[in-house]
Design a protein around this ligand. Sequence first.
Ligand SMILES: [Zn+2]
Length: 231
Amino acid sequence: MVNVLYDKAITCPVCKNIFHTKKVRTSATRIEKRDTDFCTHYIGENPILYNVFVCPMCGYAALESGFEEINAAGKKMIQESISRRWTQRSFGEERTILEAIETYKLALLCSQILGHKKGTLANICLRIAWLYRYLSHEKEFEFLTHAVNCFEQAFANEPMPIGNLDDVSLTYLIGELHRMIGHYEEAVEWFGKAVSNPAIKTKKKIDTMAREQWRLAKDAYRKKSSHDQVG
Ligand SMILES: [Zn+2]
């Protein structure tokens, strides 16, 4: 069998330690399906499990895409808040979903310490929610809630794109996350905003999804309101 995972050598920008972390060969990833909040399900190895790099020596953790982006002040903050309490531990082997959740929680902690943008925190929280979803664990909803709160703040205050999300995709996603956690009124509002954005015409798939999920949210909202009145 071809080895789907390979080792990548990383130099930690905080402590200069060189360590290895696993990556999934792109050619080996096979998508099974995508959920309405863009969560991808894979057949075989899931690359999402390996998107956080963790330095085993100092405990600095971040998404691969932002791992190098840390300045001198940030390094000092990590050394003082994380490294001092860190017991050496490697996440450089094959990861279970629970181990992957630990790496994302470490990345979330480092991001908070470093004062990263809300968009970054939102993307980390969304991935933690997905990992819990793979396990059918109820904590998924706690992290969907954190994610939508951070995405809303990012939408209001930060330049687009947020991660790989443009304006329309993010508007849709905020609506869908609200729907998933039962905030139907907010969901209806955000889907309405998405479909009335002229840019959605260039994104056929998002357009279709937004209209479909909008309808579901409206139905759920109506049911909930009539139920609340009866109750
Ligand atoms: Zn380090």
